[in-house]
Write a protein that binds this ligand. Structure first.
Ligand SMILES: [Zn+2]
Length: 297
């Protein structure tokens, strides 16, 4: 669920991109589906899925940064999802990226999301006179050499690198996994982000230590991190969810066979170990290009 949720009460407290507030989504879905439902934020669920399946290696301190219709992060610290006092930890899309910047859907001026989410990229392109009407078209225009689109995606990459930097400096995570629809633009997405991270690394000893070259992984399309997170959440909460029931809807699932739940919100990683790969950010442009071609095929 993209937005603020209260998993205990099963309510969406605020979802600015859907225009929902204080909505009893769990009750509504249970009524429709006739099954128990757990409500979780999508980025937080994806972080749980990435950790549970080892998509970012064996790290127990990682952040997932989702860049799509909105921008949000899920943070795993010492192997557990970090929620914060109000369950808002990771709402980095609404961190102020620029004083008096564009108006965000949340009402604030200058949120990161108002610069770098998919709809914001499209809006900013339109403001610059571009014909591109979606973020995908903006990235395609940049790839085709459109200087306006190129400048815009460079700006987006810089701002997302600052978000990675902020996550690392705030939470001291050792891995930041980037996903979401905008991140599927391949080389056009990765290169400006990587370039800015390299600049930050070179400019400060702190950043040099905390932002190593392999700090960021980009999830390939089809990773289903959010779906795997939903599996993990269901497992941790409900012993009636069997493994085959939980994994069968998802691609890449193999031989998970356990049927017993984990304790609390921690999920045994061994039960979610279907093969998966994360694309490392390779400094070679040729490698990135090859990768992005593979993703499309
Ligand atoms: Zn905002």
């Amino acid at each position: 669920m993209p937005g603020r949720v209260d998993p205990e009460k099963g309510r969406v407290t605020l979802a600015v991109n859907l225009g929902w507030s204080d909505y009893a989504l769990r009750d509504a879905l249970e009524h429709e589906l006739g099954r128990p439902v757990i409500i979780e934020n999508d980025a937080r669920a994806a972080a749980i899925g990435i950790h549970a399946r080892g998509m970012a290696g064996a790290s127990d301190d990682l952040a997932y940064l989702a860049v799509g219709t909105g921008i949000a992060a899920g943070v795993i610290l010492e192997g557990r999802l970090h929620r914060g006092a109000r369950g808002l930890a990771g709402e980095i899309g609404h961190a102020i990226a620029e004083l008096d910047g564009p108006r965000c859907n949340c009402g604030q001026l200058g949120c990161l999301e108002a610069f770098a989410s998919g709809p914001s990229i499209a809006r900013r392109a339109a403001e610059r006179g571009s014909d591109a009407t979606t973020a995908v078209e903006v990235y395609a225009a940049a790839a085709a050499g459109d200087p306006v689109a190129g400048e815009l995606i460079d700006d987006v990459g810089r701002r997302l690198a600052w978000a990675v930097h902020l996550l690392v400096m705030t939470y001291d995570v050792e891995r930041v996994v980037v996903g979401g629809g905008v991140s599927h633009a391949g080389l056009q997405f990765e290169t400006p982000l990587r370039r800015e991270l390299a600049r930050l690394r070179a400019a400060s000893a702190d950043a040099g230590e905390l932002l190593p070259a392999d700090i960021v992984d980009v999830l390939p399309p089809g990773s289903e991190a959010g779906a795997w997170g939903a599996v993990a959440v269901a497992w941790s909460a409900d012993s009636s969810v069997t493994a085959s029931e939980a994994v069968s809807p998802f691609r890449g699932a193999t031989s998970a066979s356990a049927t017993t739940p984990g304790s609390g919100t921690e999920v045994g990683r061994s039960r979610l170990t279907a093969p998966c790969t994360v694309h490392r950010m390779d400094p070679s442009p040729a490698a990135s290009e090859r990768r992005s071609t593979e993703e499309e095929s």
